[in-house]
Design a protein around this ligand. Sequence first.
Ligand code: AMP
Ligand code: FE
Ligand code: FE
Ligand code: ZN
Length: 286
Amino acid sequence: MRIDLHAHSNASDGTDSPAELVAAAVAAGLDVVALTDHDTVAGHAEAAEAVHALPAGSRLTLVPGAELSCVVEGISMHLLAYLFDPAEPAFAQERELVRTDRFRRGRAIVERCRDLGADVSWEQVQRIAGAGSVGRPHIASALVEAGVVATVSDAFSPEWLANGGRADVRKHETDPVEAVRLVRAAGGVPVFAHPGAVKRGRTVPDQVIADLAAAGLAALEVDHTDHDEAAREHLRTLAGDLGLLVTGSSDYHGARKTVRLGEHTTDPAVYEALVAQATGAKPIGG
Ligand code: AMP
Ligand code: FE
Ligand code: FE
Ligand code: ZN
């Protein structure tokens, strides 16, 4: 069983359509893939349709999910949510709030980039983002198009879009304890995404992870491309101490990142345990 519980489509900042992501997951030999777009479930229907349309012989299970933008003590962090009821109003409203504020903030970031001499425009960013939940990776692609930086990753520097960088503007983000409660109340299963991704900026102290565990967090995403061996070791121990499960996932973004689908995977027993906790939705297909 090859299980990858973190992937993005062009419903947020990935480059594959949801149907293309499903095809890519089959091609990568995955048995299970989770669609976890930032602050949106807009890709779920197309992905589910693609799974149902798979030819006999290629079996794939789709786990519908999302990745909610959160902030605690001024530190941005991401909470994965699996198998929640997408129609549950409180969590749906919070996703909507974050998505809406992404537009105001995207415009402000583009203004900053222009003030700093980059020839990018909001129209260009909107063309790149399409219907996707707009974010810094789309603006990074615009900066690449404009010849300001060579790669999307290079745009996440202090000169441009990194957390606290010259062109960074904050968006509305949810308190993670509140977010864990919202996800659980919607029947979903919350997992802390890449908690030790130091290259993205400051990471939260262990005490915050303990608070989240007390609030109902299910697992830590430990095997992730942004974690070095020491970070994984530390998080694995912390998860053990706090009674949390441990996942591994690619955080695939199509052509916007170099990581491949299935580059990191989750243990089947852990996957089963996560699914058993969910009451809001069921895995699709398989
Ligand atoms: P936003 O949600 O608009 O704040 O943008 C955050 C997204 O930018 C993350 O989900 C990643 O996809 C991407 N990102 C953050 N930091 C980096 C980085 N250092 N290199 C490449 N992509 C990054
Ligand atoms: Fe992303
Ligand atoms: Fe993330
Ligand atoms: Zn992600």
